[in-house]
Structures are given as structure tokens and as C-alpha cells.
Design a protein around this ligand. Structure first.
Ligand SMILES: O=P(O)(O)O[C@H]1O[C@H](CO)[C@@H](O)[C@H]1O
Ligand SMILES: Nc1nc2[nH]cnc2c(=O)[nH]1
Length: 223
């Protein structure tokens, strides 16, 4: 990492404490709503929401279609927190800032993180509008050293050298497939490999061909 930026444990804790003192919800699940999925948060019951600009330490959303709001509430009886809008590196945020909310959620007791995003499909058989469940990823930024985990390690958040072989939970992936079958939309859902690039430009034709040959099924700009 070339940036010397660091965020101390206290800063994450301050934000987590502020949120916990401003909501009665104690979510175990966090959902990041990508482009086009913000309306999911509007369906939560017993809602309480905060504009990112009112939350101490939180970065700000600058992308159209990302409301910039943290919504707490119940989804099918489960307490959860939804990000209506995420932070991207192409907006000018450091990678540490793009991932800031995740560590805050961890400190609030969240155990399951569901990430969603808009992406470009490269796989044969993956049509615009289909849903791809991420089974593995290629982090092109990480491969060249641009990683939010670079810098001094905070052991309270995890080990210095985290294993990545099981980072997308198999049980949750199977559950999602099962639910798609029950809903009669299994034909629109498949598993695949996601690649993260910096954006904000979409890929050239040559880049898309290269990614496809490398085994990438969908490409996007979310970390
Ligand atoms: O759902 P999000 O994160 O916005 O994902 C994708 O959609 C936007 C481009 O259309 C980019 O922000 C890209 O990252
Ligand atoms: N990089 C990238 N991000 C996207 N977000 C939505 N579509 C795309 C795409 O085709 N490429």
C-alpha cells in the first residue's frame, strides 16, 4: 500500500458506539445494497435510518443511485442493517475508507455480511439481469498491493495473513440457490468468479476478452 493512512481501532469503535446508542436494533446480518438494489432496504420493518453524513467517521456516497443511508430494521423477523450505497475507490476514497463500515459492523456484533453489486457479465450463459452468486474472486487491485489490509495489522479484526479459500460461505451459497429454486427463478441464478477492477471506466473489448480467458464470470468496481 502506498498510502500512509491508518484508521485506529478507536475510530471504528467510536462509530460503532454512536450507532449502538442511536438504535435499538442489534443486527447479526449486514447487507450492502449495490446499484439498483437500494430499494431492498426500504422493505425493512421497524426501520430506523441514518444519513451517512450524520454518522461520525462515516465516508460519504457520491454515486448516483446510492442514497447514502444506513438503514436498520427487520427482514423476515431478523434484525439487520443495510447500506443504501457503498463506497468505491473511483470516488476518491482510500481502500481503508471503502471498507470502514465492515469493521464497524463487526464491532456491532454482525456475523454475516451479504454484498450485492451491479457487475458486467462475461460468462457464457450469464445474461444481463441474471444474478451471479460469487463463489470466488480475483482481486486485481490486491494482486498489485492495493489492499485495505495493507499496513499495520489490527489482530482484533483478524490475522495478518488471512486465508481466502473459503471466504464465500458454502452454506449461504447453497441456501441462496435453494431459495431461487423455491421461487422458480433458478434459471436466472448461477455461481461464478467475480473480478474487482478499479474503474470508473468500463472495460475495453480487449480487457473484457482477457478477463474472460482468465476465468472471470463477472467484473465490477466494488471491493
Ligand atoms: O453496485 P455498485 O457497487 O455500484 O457496482 C457497479 O455499478 C456501478 C457502475 O455501473 C459501479 O459503481 C460498479 O461498481
Ligand atoms: N467494471 C465494470 N463494472 C460494472 N458495473 C456494472 N457493469 C459493469 C461492467 O461491465 N464493468
Amino acid at each position: 500500500m502506498h498510502s500512509k493512512e491508518q484508521i485506529g481501532h478507536d475510530e471504528y469503535q467510536n462509530t460503532a458506539d454512536w450507532l449502538m446508542s442511536h438504535t435499538k436494533h442489534r443486527p447479526l446480518v449486514a447487507i450492502i445494497c449495490g446499484s439498483g438494489l437500494g430499494m431492498l432496504a426500504d422493505t425493512l420493518k421497524c426501520q430506523g435510518s441514518f444519513d451517512y453524513s450524520d454518522i461520525p467517521g462515516f465516508p460519504q456516497s457520491t454515486v448516483q443511485g446510492h442514497a447514502g443511508r444506513l438503514v436498520f430494521g427487520e427482514l423476515k423477523g431478523k434484525s439487520c442493517v443495510c447500506m443504501q450505497g457503498r463506497f468505491h475507490m473511483y470516488e476518491g476514497h482510500s481502500l481503508l475508507k471503502t471498507t470502514f463500515p465492515i469493521r464497524v459492523f463487526k464491532l456491532m456484533g454482525v456475523e454475516t455480511l451479504i454484498v450485492t453489486n451491479a457487475a458486467g457479465s462475461l460468462a457464457d450463459g450469464l445474461q444481463p439481469g441474471d444474478i451471479m452468486i460469487i463463489k470466488d474472486h480475483i482481486n486485481f487491485l490486491g494482486l498489485v498491493g492495493l489492499n485495505p489490509l495493507s499496513g499495520p495489522n489490527d489482530d482484533k479484526f483478524g490475522p495478518r495473513f488471512p486465508a481466502m479459500s473459503g471466504c464465500y460461505d458454502k452454506g449461504l451459497r447453497s441456501l441462496m440457490m435453494e431459495i431461487a429454486k423455491q421461487m422458480g427463478v433458478a434459471g436466472l441464478v448461477q455461481e461464478g468468479v467475480y473480478a474487482m477492477v478499479g474503474g470508473p471506466n468500463f472495460e475495453t473489448i480487449a480487457e473484457a476478452k482477457l478477463l474472460h480467458r482468465l476465468g472471470v464470470d463477472a467484473v465490477g468496481m466494488m471491493y
